[in-house]
Write a protein that binds this ligand. Structure first.
Ligand SMILES: CC(C)(COP(=O)(O)OP(=O)(O)OC[C@H]1O[C@@H](n2cnc3c(N)ncnc32)[C@H](O)[C@@H]1OP(=O)(O)O)[C@@H](O)C(=O)NCCC(=O)NCCS
Length: 319
């Protein structure tokens, strides 16, 4: 297979379940309020699967990927690889990516999952970029899909109010044009793994989080990886048209925007309607910005995210 100068994002697709849970809905079973949640997080509502639902993350990813493929004009057989970022796979194996391959009819694709929590989509973008630039593949489908509400403790008011369920997918393809993924930077800090983790085997299984600690690390590390990605692209921050950060908390996003000297009008946010959807949050925000005409040919976008691990990642893409 030939190698390419760049890898481009051809298209994006998303899926969210129909059920909407508002902040008010939490007031019926938790000591909380719409006012507290909006002020502390910026979230007003989130799409979720009903409690006890048998919904599969692979179906979420399939729905998002079908839209991305259709928009790109790429046929399922032309896909060389599928990389699925998820912390809520259908099962440990087969990988969710293999199930996606079967559902989508991508019979010529390799497929594997990666786990980098909320940074998963940008990690997948980085891996796809490297594989395309090295000539291992021409077209890779990257997917971030999560049903996080299956992992939260609904009695823990500091965590369960934050999350929503969603999937996003993008078709990444090799090109010899100048536009495309200009840089990707990955980072991890396992020393802080305990501040956001899922319980080990054998215990009652929930997500645990020390919110304040995650908040501080998120502001620091998302800013840092964003700066690194811009420098690695050979650009300065004034040359970035849009920042698409992981949608975790509006206060984290505002602080990162300020540290990066990005004015609010250049920062994409949609967490007020979806909450934190982990690896799906970046494609969800990208899809919206693209659909609203905020991304055109030549628009340069900085992606930056952080999640459990800690794992964090940044990328600069010229569309
Ligand atoms: C979780 C988070 C919203 C909490 O906000 P905070 O301002 O840090 O609040 P604190 O944790 O200091 O708690 C302040 C008080 O609010 C209370 N509280 C927590 N959740 C509450 C809720 N949903 N409703 C009302 N009160 C709540 C706490 O119990 C605490 O009460 P106390 O002072 O009596 O002990 C915030 O820390 C955060 O968003 N962190 C990052 C989380 C994240 O993004 N994780 C995913 C990363 S990928």
């Amino acid at each position: 297979m030939t190698s390419f100068k760049r890898a481009r994002i051809l298209s994006v697709g998303t899926y969210v379940p129909d059920t909407i849970m508002t902040n008010k809905d939490f007031e019926s079973f938790l000591d909380t309020s719409d006012e507290w949640i909006v002020t502390r997080t910026g979230i007003r509502e989130r799409h979720i699967v009903p409690r006890g639902s048998s919904a599969l993350v692979s179906d979420f990813g399939t729905n998002a990927a079908r839209i991305a493929l259709e928009r790109s004009g790429v046929a399922p057989e032309e896909v060389d690889g599928i990389i699925c970022a998820t912390v809520t796979p259908d099962s440990l194996y087969p990988s969710t990516a293999c199930t996606l391959q079967a559902n989508l009819g991508c019979k010529n694709a390799f497929a594997f999952d990666i786990l980098a929590a909320c940074a998963g989509f940008v990690y997948a973008m980085s891996i796809a970029n490297s594989m395309i630039l090295s000539g291992q593949a021409k077209t890779i489908l990257i997917v971030g899909a999560e049903i996080l509400t299956k992992t939260v403790d609904w009695t823990d008011r500091a965590t369960c109010i934050l999350f929503g369920d969603a999937a996003g997918a993008a078709v990444v393809q090799g090109t010899n044009e100048d536009e495309g993924i200009l840089s990707t930077c990955l980072g991890s800090d396992g020393v802080h793994g305990d501040i956001l983790h899922f319980s080990p085997w054998g215990e009652k299984r929930f997500m645990y989080m020390r919110g304040n600690d995650v908040y501080k690390q998120a502001v620091r590390l998302i800013t840092e990886i964003g700066q690194k990605a811009v420098a690695a692209a050979g650009l300065t921050i004034d040359e970035i048209d849009l920042l698409i950060p992981h949608q975790a908390n509006i206060r984290i996003i505002r602080a990162v925007g300020e540290h990066l000297h990005m004015p609010p009008e250049k920062v994409v946010t949609n967490l007020e309607r979806y909450g934190n959807t982990s690896s799906a949050s970046i494609p969800l925000a990208l899809n919206e910005a693209w659909g609203e005409g905020r991304i055109k040919q030549g628009t340069t976008v900085l992606f930056a995210s952080l999640g459990g691990g800690l794992a964090y990642a940044g990328a600069v893409v010229r569309f």
